[in-house]
Design a protein. Structure first.
Length: 97
């Protein structure tokens, strides 16, 4: 019984500070997958994505569930679950012809 109880208590810390998979998807549909702890600031994901794509973080915006992502937020703050996706949009200035 002790083994069964130990097995049941181990997942609890994982839910609070565990690793989740996030998918960052751009406008073309290209996906980049990240494994992050639920209490890690999303700034790390933003910077890693921009470095991988060789773009400036100020030239794009990250959106989760229709709301712009604050880099100081964590997945836990935003209620993100394993497998959730963040959309990336190119910043554009102007637009009137």
């Amino acid at each position: 019984m002790a083994d069964g109880e130990t097995g049941e208590t181990k997942p609890l810390p994982k839910q609070e500070g565990g690793v989740i998979n996030l998918i960052v998807k751009d406008q073309t549909g290209a996906e980049v997958h990240f494994k992050v702890k639920s209490h890690t600031k999303l700034e790390k994901v933003v910077n890693a994505y921009c470095q991988k794509k060789a773009i400036e973080p100020t030239s794009v915006r990250f959106v989760f569930d229709g709301t712009r992502v604050n880099p100081n937020s964590t997945p836990q703050d935003l209620g993100m679950d394993d497998g959730d996706s963040i959309d990336v949009f190119q910043e554009q200035v102007g637009g009137s012809a």
